[in-house]
Design a protein around this ligand. Structure first.
Ligand code: SF4
Length: 141
C-alpha cells in the first residue's frame, strides 16, 4: 500500500526547528508498504527553519503574530494532490502539528495546551477520504 507520511517522522529535517523526528514504528512499515514522505509546510512555501505556528480562531499564526494560513492551506492541498496521484488511501501524520495533527492540536497560545482539532493538511486529507492516523496509532493500520 502507498502511505503518505509526515516527512519529519521519517527523519527528514523539515520541522520548524530544522530537525526531524524519526519514529521507529513508522520506519518499520517500510518492510511492507511504500512510504511517501511529504511536508505540507515546506510544500506550502515556508522556509526551514521557520517560526513555530499554531492554529487560532480558524487561522494559522506564527509565534511572531504573522498569519501563515495561506501557506498552510497551499501545502495541505499539495499533499492531497500527491495522495491522489499516488493512490494513497492512508496517511500517517505527526501528532499535534498545526499542519499534520489529527484529533488534537495545540491551542494557539504557544503554552503546550492542547485542544480537540485538526491541522490544516490533516483535515484536507481526511476530507479527501484518506484514513488519517497519528504516529502513536500505527498499530491501527
Ligand atoms: Fe512534520 Fe508535517 Fe510539520 Fe512538515 S508540516 S514538519 S511533515 S509535522
Amino acid at each position: 500500500m502507498n502511505i503518505l507520511v509526515s516527512a519529519c517522522l521519517m527523519g527528514c529535517p523539515c520541522r520548524y526547528d530544522g530537525k526531524g523526528q524519526a519514529c521507529p514504528e513508522v520506519l518499520a512499515l517500510r518492510d511492507r508498504h511504500h512510504l511517501i514522505p511529504v511536508c505540507p509546510e515546506q510544500l506550502g512555501g515556508l522556509p526551514t527553519p521557520r517560526p513555530p505556528a499554531e492554529r487560532r480562531d480558524g487561522r494559522v499564526v506564527s509565534r511572531e503574530g504573522n498569519d501563515v494560513t495561506e501557506q498552510y492551506r497551499r501545502g495541505g492541498e499539495a499533499a492531497v494532490e500527491l495522495a491522489r496521484l499516488l493512490g494513497c488511501t492512508c496517511a500517517i501524520l505527526k501528532e499535534r502539528s498545526p499542519s499534520c495533527g489529527h484529533g488534537e492540536i495545540y491551542d494557539g497560545t504557544f503554552s503546550h495546551a492542547r485542544v480537540p482539532g485538526d491541522g490544516i493538511a490533516a483535515a484536507l486529507l481526511a476530507e479527501a477520504g484518506l484514513k488519517v492516523l497519528g504516529e502513536s496509532q500505527v498499530h491501527l493500520l
